[in-house]
Design a protein. Structure first.
Ligand code: SF4
Ligand code: SF4
Ligand code: SF4
Lengths: 183, 491
C-alpha cells in the first residue's frame, strides 16, 4: 500500500510539472532572431571557440547584436566576412585581411601507440583506427580543431599544411598597389 | 556593307604582334627522333583521369591502350611508341605549378611497332553512335586547348540537334602556326574529318572560320572543300581573341550565346581543325591520338618550326631539337603567349593540349613596372566579354570577390586582352585567375563545411545513442541487483 501511494503521488507530480513545462514552453517561447539563424548557418559549425565565444551560436548572436566584427571567425576567412557583411547590410574593408592558414592533423606513424584518445575526441570522426593500432587522419574530414593534438600522449599528432596538389593549387594574389586611385 | 555589318559583330579584341612569319612558311618537320623515354600523364583532358590497364614491365605496341577512361567525361591514353612500361608514378605536370601528376613512363625500343594492321573502314556506313564510340576510344580531345573529350561533344551535338558545326581555324594566339600548317598540308584530311563529324552529329552543315592572315590555309581548305557544298570556308578578320567560341559564333552566325548558356543553345557547336584531323585519323585508320604538331618558337629558339612529336616527349628535348638557347630563355610557355601556361622548367611532357612550346627571351617577356590606373578605360573597350576589368580588379584587390562576381567575373575568359593593352602594366588577368581559383576554393570549403556539420551531427547522434544504451544497461544492472537483493531478503 505504502509503495502504491508513493508511486501514484510521484506520477501525478510528474504529470503536473510536465504540463506546466509544456504550457510554459508555448507561452514563454523565446523568439530566436532569424538573422542569428542565418548567420549561424553560414558559420563552420565546428564550435571551435577561436572567435572567443563558446560556440558558433553565441558568436552569431553577438554579431547580430553588433557586438562583434564580421571578421571574428578565423577559419571562415575573408569569404565568410564578406558574406556576413552582405547579410548584415554593412560595408567592410577587407583589403588588409590576412587569410587564415588552415592546417590539418597528421599522425606520425612511428610514435602512435594506438591509445584511441584522439579517436574519441575528434568531432568529425576524421580519425580512423582501432585500439593498439596506428591511427590515421582522413584529411578531407579534418577541420583543424586541434582537439586530438591536445589529448595525444606521445605528441605524434601534429598540424600540417594540407598537401598541395593540382586539384587545390591556386593562383596567388597579385601583390599590386591600388589601381583605383590615380597618383 | 556586309563587311561593315560583320565587323559590328566583333566585340572588343586587340591587334597583337603576330610573330607568325618565322614558322608559317615552313613545312611540318617529321624528323623528330624518337625519345628514349616518354612521360605520358594519365590526365591530359578535362574530366576524370584515366586508369592504367598496363603494369610496370609490360611491353606495349605503338597505339596500345595504356589507361582507359573513367566515367562519363574522361579520355583514354595510348602508347605513343612501342617499348616497355618502366614505371607508373608521379611526374611534374606541364602546369605553372609543375606539381606531380600520375604518369606512365615508357622506355621506347626504337622499332615503333604497331599492334595490328591499320584497319580502313568507310565511316559513312557506320552508325553515328559508333562514330562517337570510336572517337572516344581513340582518346581524341579538343586540340584547340580546351581538351574537352571530343566524343562527348559529338554526342551533345547529336542530342541537341544542332544545325551548324563550326570549325575553328582562327589560331589567333601570336607565335602559333600549327593549325595553319596543318590546314596547308592536310586540308583534304581535315575536310574528311569534318564530314565524319557531321555524320556523327547528324548535322547538315559546317562552317570553317579562318583568319585572313592565313591566305595559304584559306586557299588549301577552299580547294579541299570544293566538292562539298555543305562545308563553307569563311574568311574572318585577324583579331585576338577571334578563336574564342562565342566570338566566332557571333561573327559567323550573328547569334549571341546567352550568358551562362552553351553554344548548343543557339544550335551550333565548335571543334578545332586539329581535332578534325585527329578524328579523320581515328575513324579512317583506327589510329589513336598519340602525336601532335607543336609550334616551337620564341626569341630564344634558333630554328623555330612546327614539329610532329609523340605525346610524352619532354618539352626540353623538343626545344633542343629546334636549337633553343637555354641561357637566353626568360620564360618557357606551353601554348600561346596570351592564354598559355608559363612553365617553371622545361622538363615536362608534351601533352594533347600542347599546341605550342615557346622559349621567350627576357626582352620578350619584359613587363614594365606596375603603375596606378589612369582610368583610360582601354581595358574596358578591348574586353571581348564586355566586362569592366578595372572595376573587377579593384574589387578583387579589396577581397570583395562576391562584388566582382556581381559585375561579371564569371564571364571572364582569361584572354588577357585587358592586361595586354593596359598602359599602367596592371596584371588584370592575373587578378581574375586568382579570383576564379579563390572562388573555387570557397566552393570546396563550403562543401566541406556542409560535410562537417553532417559528420558532427552523426557523431552527436551516435554519442547520444551510446549514452542512452549505457544508461539503460546501468538501469538494468541496478534492477537486477535490486531483484537479487530482494530475493536475498525474502529468503
Ligand atoms: S584536428 Fe584532430 S580532432 Fe580536430 S578534426 Fe582534425 S583530426 Fe579531428
Ligand atoms: S581577361 Fe577577362 S576581363 Fe580581361 S579582356 Fe579578357 S575576358 Fe575581359
Ligand atoms: S587599361 Fe589599365 S590604366 Fe586603363 S583603365 Fe584599365 S586598368 Fe586602368
Amino acid at each position: 500500500m505504502y509503495v502504491l501511494s508513493a508511486i501514484a503521488s510521484l506520477a501525478t507530480l510528474g504529470l503536473i510539472l510536465g504540463w506546466i513545462l509544456a504550457v510554459a514552453a508555448k507561452y514563454l517561447k523565446v523568439e530566436t532572431n532569424p538573422i542569428v539563424q542565418e548567420l549561424e548557418a553560414l558559420m563552420p559549425g565546428s564550435q571551435c571557440g577561436q572567435c572567443g565565444y563558446p560556440g558558433c551560436k553565441p558568436a552569431a548572436e553577438a554579431l547580430a547584436r553588433g557586438e562583434a566584427l564580421v571578421t571574428l571567425c578565423p577559419p571562415g576567412g575573408s569569404a565568410l566576412a564578406e558574406q556576413f557583411a552582405v547579410l548584415l547590410g554593412i560595408s567592410v574593408d577587407l583589403s588588409g585581411f590576412e587569410e587564415p592558414e588552415i592546417l590539418i592533423a597528421k599522425v606520425s606513424e612511428a610514435t602512435c601507440t594506438g591509445c584511441t584518445r584522439c579517436f574519441k575526441v575528434c568531432p568529425t570522426d576524421a580519425i580512423v583506427g582501432a585500439p593498439k593500432q596506428i591511427h590515421t587522419v582522413v584529411a578531407d574530414a579534418c577541420i583543424g580543431c586541434r582537439k586530438c593534438v591536445d589529448v595525444c600522449p606521445t605528441e605524434c599528432l601534429q598540424m600540417h599544411r594540407p598537401e598541395l596538389t593540382l586539384r587545390n593549387w591556386r593562383w596567388h594574389k597579385p601583390s599590386g598597389q591600388p589601381a583605383g586611385a590615380a597618383a | 556593307m556586309i563587311a561593315l555589318l560583320q565587323s559590328l559583330r566583333i566585340r572588343g579584341g586587340i591587334h597583337v604582334n603576330e610573330h607568325k612569319q618565322a614558322t608559317a612558311g615552313l613545312p611540318i618537320d617529321d624528323s623528330f627522333p624518337l625519345p628514349k623515354r616518354l612521360y605520358i600523364p594519365l590526365q591530359q583532358h578535362v574530366g576524370k583521369p584515366a586508369e592504367p590497364v598496363v603494369r610496370v614491365g609490360d611491353t606495349v605496341f605503338k597505339g596500345q591502350l595504356l589507361a582507359h577512361s573513367q566515367g562519363l567525361i574522361s579520355a583514354p591514353v595510348h602508347a605513343p611508341s612501342s617499348g616497355t612500361v618502366a614505371d607508373i608514378a608521379e611526374y611534374p605536370a606541364p602546369h605553372p605549378s609543375a606539381l606531380p601528376i600520375r604518369t606512365v613512363f615508357l622506355d621506347t625500343d626504337g622499332t615503333d611497332t604497331v599492334q595490328s594492321g591499320e584497319s580502313a573502314t568507310d565511316p559513312f556506313t557506320l552508325e553515328p553512335e559508333e562514330i562517337s564510340l570510336r572517337v572516344a576510344s581513340a582518346g581524341v580531345v579538343g586540340l584547340g586547348g580546351a581538351t574537352f573529350p571530343s566524343a562527348v561533344k559529338l554526342n551533345l551535338g547529336r542530342q541537341n540537334k544542332i544545325h551548324t558545326l563550326l570549325i575553328n581555324g582562327g589560331e589567333c594566339e601570336p607565335y602559333l602556326t600549327c593549325d595553319d600548317r596543318l590546314m596547308q598540308e592536310n586540308a583534304a584530311e581535315i575536310v574528311d574529318g569534318i564530314r565524319i563529324m557531321l555524320h556523327g552529329m547528324e548535322t547538315g552543315r559546317a562552317m570553317v572560320g579562318i583568319e585572313d592572315n592565313k591566305p595559304e590555309a584559306l586557299k588549301a581548305m577552299r580547294t579541299a572543300a570544293n566538292f562539298h557544298p555543305n562545308i563553307e570556308i569563311c574568311k574572318i578578320p585577324t583579331r585576338y581573341p577571334m578563336g574564342w567560341d562565342r566570338q566566332l559564333i557571333r561573327y559567323l552566325t550573328g547569334r549571341e550565346v546567352p550568358a551562362g548558356g552553351r553554344a548548343t543553345d543557339v544550335g551550333v557547336l565548335m571543334h578545332n581543325v586539329a581535332t578534325a584531323y585527329a578524328i579523320h585519323q581515328a575513324i579512317r585508320y583506327g589510329r589513336p591520338l598519340i602525336d601532335r604538331v607543336v609550334t616551337v618558337a620564341g626569341g630564344a629558339v634558333a630554328n623555330p618550326k612546327n614539329v610532329r612529336v609523340p605525346i610524352g616527349t619532354l618539352i626540353s628535348e623538343v626545344l633542343v631539337f629546334c636549337g633553343a638557347d637555354k641561357t637566353r630563355t626568360g620564360r618557357w610557355v606551353m601554348g600561346g603567349p596570351m592564354m598559355g601556361e608559363a612553365l617553371p622548367f622545361a622538363d615536362v611532357p608534351v601533352v594533347k593540349a600542347t599546341s605550342g612550346v615557346l622559349a621567350l627571351t627576357g626582352s620578350e617577356v619584359k613587363q614594365g613596372e606596375e603603375q596606378p590606373c589612369i582610368r583610360c578605360a582601354r581595358c574596358i573597350s578591348v574586353c571581348p566579354a564586355g566586362l569592366l576589368p578595372v572595376d573587377m580588379a579593384n574589387r578583387i584587390r579589396n577581397n570583395r570577390l562576391e562584388a566582382a562576381v556581381d559585375i561579371g567575373l564569371k564571364d571572364c575568359i582569361s584572354c588577357g586582352s585587358c592586361s595586354y593593352v593596359c598602359p599602367s602594366n596592371i596584371p588584370l588577368v592575373h587578378y581574375f585567375k586568382f579570383a576564379a581559383g579563390e572562388l573555387a576554393a570557397r566552393q570546396q570549403a563550403k562543401h566541406k563545411s556542409e560535410q562537417t556539420s553532417k559528420l558532427i551531427d552523426e557523431r552527436n547522434k551516435r554519442m547520444e545513442r551510446i549514452e542512452k544504451q549505457k544508461a539503460e544497461e546501468l538501469a538494468q544492472a541496478r534492477a537486477a541487483k535490486e531483484q537479487s537483493e530482494k530475493a536475498d531478503t525474502t529468503i
